[in-house]
Design a protein around this ligand. Structure first.
Ligand code: HEC
Ligand code: HEC
Length: 559
């Protein structure tokens, strides 16, 4: 009896951690309860969200979209001016190269006790905005009025300002709807308060709603809606999308005065926006206010007068609209049709024998499913127990705890691994360029500190390592690889690094010029060539036959 209890408990514990692998098609997409109290047309909401996510006019500089850091399989693989280090000096505007990876380099990568040849505390993040103070908007203009502010030396070259870089690597937004909370440290809460990422309604004033008696503030509490909580973060963040001091109603007034995506080509065959494309082929013919009014109940925008401060009800409720629209759009970014999924659905030829061997290794010797189990390959998903299991956030010792505590004590979100081949560099610090480097990291039992046995070193033969990599590559959905629906998108121009001379145009004579690359528009059928990996890009092998080569010229007018 005792033996039975012990083994039963053991079974319970291990099962609570390691969810069985299965097709993502078996998992319903979580939806916020009570959404119908705000939304009347979900397809209009998705269209609004997709336009806002890709619109370069949303950032204060008039050229930075959410997508600017999430354009490549939902992540960012740019190679220049992507470094930062909150703790130490680092080279500005550096072009990343394979020689810098992995950031912690050992004489024997499989042995964590071997000689340390290099150890870098830098992070590969994503470049956002120049540091500027917000001075105002000019209706009809995407670029806001700003004033240059002094920045730290690493974001300055020859006295010229550079775009600043986020302190962590951009994770993919694809399949993020399945996470209970967002960000590497989970700080975007599952409860959306209508205004901030924290989930705490004390932080939020509530939404303005009309009633028979007039206007009232109504607290917002939508759950599960971590993608909405997340979305209201970067758009107001001074490093990512906003000059310092901009407010929500000001952003709304600007966007309501502009044609959605006016700078960008939108494919006539876009799976969501195709029906709305402007006759010029650029942007949409329906405005943001029209889309808001189609998507949301009149109680949130119909008030005929302006409120205190001179803004309309719709402008005053813009954080609510923004959060829910981006939540709705990103909820459609589900990649459940990889060879792995087809194998799980019974197509035994979908995985090669090598990939099947890698899958066995992943579940057994590698113990990867402890934290990357279930259909989402993450213990931080709803399937894995709504984040209440102790593997949702774990300490794998990527960097010393003092450098970045994550959620606390060096715990970071057990990321999902789908499409992982395309979303390098890896880990919260972007310190590994290839899957082979990641596997060596696990093989040596991590780099810093103990982890209560969660990460244990193991031995693998070269053939087993190759099989594990082959298995991880079977998690790529070809719709992601070719930007096919629902992953199709408008054109986007992204800055790809600075030329170290001044823009020399008022009002920003001290900002450095920059290079741009086009991510061409894709309709529902996607591109003919596949997306490349981060390694392809920094090796230069991206040029031949890859979409997102980062060498295509932009058609959008740029500063
Ligand atoms: C300047 C680059 C940048 C911009 C612009 C940006 N992001 Fe991100 N995004 C990041 C980084 C970096 C992280 C990780 C931050 C962290 O975990 O601390 C992130 C995290 C996320 C996540 C969490 C995914 C996960 O697995 O936890 C989502 C979702 C997301 N971003 C969506 C958006 C949306 C929506 C916008 C626009 C409102 C946006 N991002 C704008 C860089 C950016
Ligand atoms: C104890 C839990 C745990 C185990 C076991 C584990 N991982 Fe992870 N994994 C994590 C966490 C946490 C992160 C994020 C760490 C960070 O960035 O600091 C991560 C990140 C990753 C990433 C990078 C994700 C990205 O988007 O950058 C890959 C790839 C990965 N793991 C693969 C594996 C493989 C393969 C195994 C088995 C050999 C494995 N993991 C075992 C917890 C775990």
């Amino acid at each position: 009896m005792k033996a039975f209890t012990v083994s039963f408990l053991f079974l319970l514990c291990t099962q609570a951690h390691a969810q069985p692998l299965r097709s993502l098609k078996t998992v319903p997409v979580p939806k916020p309860a009570g959404l119908e109290n705000y939304v009347r047309d979900n397809s209009a909401l998705i269209a609004l969200g997709k336009a806002l996510f890709w619109d370069m006019q949303a950032g204060s500089d008039g050229v930075t979209a959410c997508a600017s850091c999430h354009f490549h399989a939902g992540a960012d693989h740019r190679a220049q001016n992507q470094l930062t280090d909150p703790l130490r000096p680092f080279p500005p505007n550096l072009v990343l190269d394979m020689v810098y990876f992995p950031f912690r380099w050992l004489s024997n990568p499989e042995d964590r006790g071997s000689t340390v040849l290099r150890d870098l505390s830098m992070r590969v993040g994503s470049m956002g905005l120049y540091r500027r103070k917000f001075l105002g908007i000019e209706p009809g203009q995407a670029a806001e009025l700003g004033e240059e502010l002094q920045d730290r030396p690493e974001f300055t070259v020859n006295g010229l300002h550079l775009r600043r870089v986020t302190q962590r690597n951009s994770p993919s937004v694809i399949n993020s709807v399945f996470f209970v909370s967002q960000f590497w440290d989970g700080r975007a809460n599952r409860v959306f308060n209508g205004f901030t990422p924290s989930g705490n309604t004390i932080d939020a004033p509530g939404a303005w709603a009309t009633t028979s008696a007039g206007l009232e503030r109504r607290p917002v509490r939508l759950d599960p809606a971590s993608l909405a909580s997340q979305a209201v973060g970067p758009i107001m963040d001074h490093l990512e999308m906003s000059y310092e001091g901009r407010t929500w109603p000001q952003l709304a007034r600007k966007l309501f005065s502009l044609r959605p995506l006016a700078l960008q080509t939108v494919a006539a065959g876009d799976s969501v926006l195709g029906a709305l494309v402007h006759s010029s082929g650029r942007g949409l013919r329906e405005g943001y206010l029209d889309l808001v009014q189609r998507a949301f109940l009149p109680a949130y925008w119909e008030w005929p007068q302006t409120l205190d401060g001179g803004f309309t009800q719709a402008e005053s409720n813009f954080s609510l609209f923004w959060g829910l629209a981006l939540h709705a759009y990103q909820s459609t970014l589900v990649s459940g049709d990889s060879p792995f999924d087809r194998f799980q659905e019974g197509d035994t030829s979908a995985l090669t024998p090598d990939q099947q061997e890698g899958m066995r290794f992943f579940q057994t010797t590698g113990r990867c499913t402890t934290c990357h189990g279930g259909p989402e390959f993450s213990a931080a998903s709803f399937t894995a127990g709504a984040g209440r299991n102790n593997r949702a956030f774990t300490r794998t010792g990527v960097r010393p705890v003092e450098e970045d505590p994550g959620l606390a004590n060096g715990n970071f979100k057990s990321s999902g691994l789908r499409n992982i081949e395309l979303t390098g560099p890896y880990f919260h610090n972007g310190g590994q360029a290839t899957l082979e480097q990641v596997i060596a990291f696990y093989e040596r039992g991590g780099d810093f500190g103990a982890n209560n046995g969660a990460i244990r070193s193991f031995r693998a033969t070269p053939a087993q390592r190759a099989a594990l990599v082959a298995f991880l590559k079977s998690l790529t959905d070809d719709r992601v690889r070719y930007d096919r629906a629902p992953f199709d998108h408008p054109e986007l121009c992204v800055p790809t690094g600075h030329i170290e001379t001044a823009i020399a145009v008022a009002p920003y004579p001290n900002s450095a010029r920059e290079r741009w690359a086009a991510i061409p528009a894709a309709g529902a059928q996607g591109h003919l060539s596949p997306l490349g990996t981060f390694e392809d890009l920094i090796n230069g092998s991206n040029a031949s036959g890859r979409a997102h080569s980062m060498m295509e010229a932009c058609t959008a007018p740029l500063p």
